[in-house]
Write a protein that binds this ligand. Structure first.
Ligand code: ADP
Ligand code: MG
Ligand code: MG
Length: 200
């Protein structure tokens, strides 16, 4: 753990870096089964949060998470903005409400459930939720960060063989099969980056 580096700004930097270096790839994935904007959407969101990282780092964690969530809703836009936004807003609210004894990862189940409600999606629909459920399972059985990251990437790879049932990719029906879901990919990349940061 980084003793000298404040946790939240460091995490924001790690997320910003992984999105910056993978934005083109996320765009390509979304061009195959969506409208091609997932990379630029995620980049826009991560840049706004990155610019605010010091200010966000000075807030109590629940407030900071809710604020990041709201920034993501408005700046990522599209389908992914409200979904990533909901995740963070609900984690913030969960912490504030003392859910899971104030342990951040214990707020995941309710936050992930809120994302599912928001997207009217479930496991197997070929969305970022498939990765969120894998992360939630791994975290709750207290897997070490490297393992959580591996489960997340494996869940993203599992979306390749799925048929999309939610979001733009669902318009393609069977033609969505054979491509990784862009949101699942961004979610796995972010998870990997967060886990590497927490391990350092
Ligand atoms: P848009 O589809 O509006 O262009 P993005 O390209 O930024 O938005 O995000 C697309 C990603 O959002 C998909 O790859 C999928 O993971 C996720 N997604 C889309 N619709 C839903 C939904 N209803 N429920 C859960 N996730 C969804
Ligand atoms: Mg898109
Ligand atoms: Mg779009």
């Amino acid at each position: 753990m980084h003793a000298s580096r404040p946790l939240l700004p460091g995490l924001i930097e790690a997320c910003h870096a992984v999105i910056a270096s993978n934005a083109d790839h996320l765009g390509e994935l979304d061009r195959a089964i969506g409208d091609g904007d997932h990379g630029t959407n995620m980049k826009r969101g991560s840049e706004v949060v990155y610019a605010e990282r010091d200010q966000l780092g000075s807030l109590p964690l629940p407030e900071a998470l809710e604020k990041i969530g709201m920034l993501l809703v408005t700046t990522i836009g599209g389908a992914a903005g409200p979904l990533y936004g909901t995740l963070l807003i609900e984690m913030g609210r969960g912490l504030r409400a003392g859910r899971g004894n104030g342990v951040l990862v214990e707020t995941l189940p309710q936050a992930v459930a809120a994302v599912a409600r928001r997207g009217r999606a479930q496991a197997g629909d070929k969305t970022l939720l498939d990765v969120l459920y894998a992360v939630q399972r791994a975290v709750l059985k207290q897997s070490p960060p490297a393992e959580v990251a591996a489960y997340a990437m494996s869940a993203a790879r599992d979306t390749i063989s799925m048929k999309a049932l939610r979001g733009r990719a669902s318009f393609l029906g069977d033609r969505s099969i054979g491509h990784m879901d862009p949101g699942a990919c961004s979610c796995a990349l972010l998870t990997g980056s967060i886990c590497r940061f927490l391990e350092e």
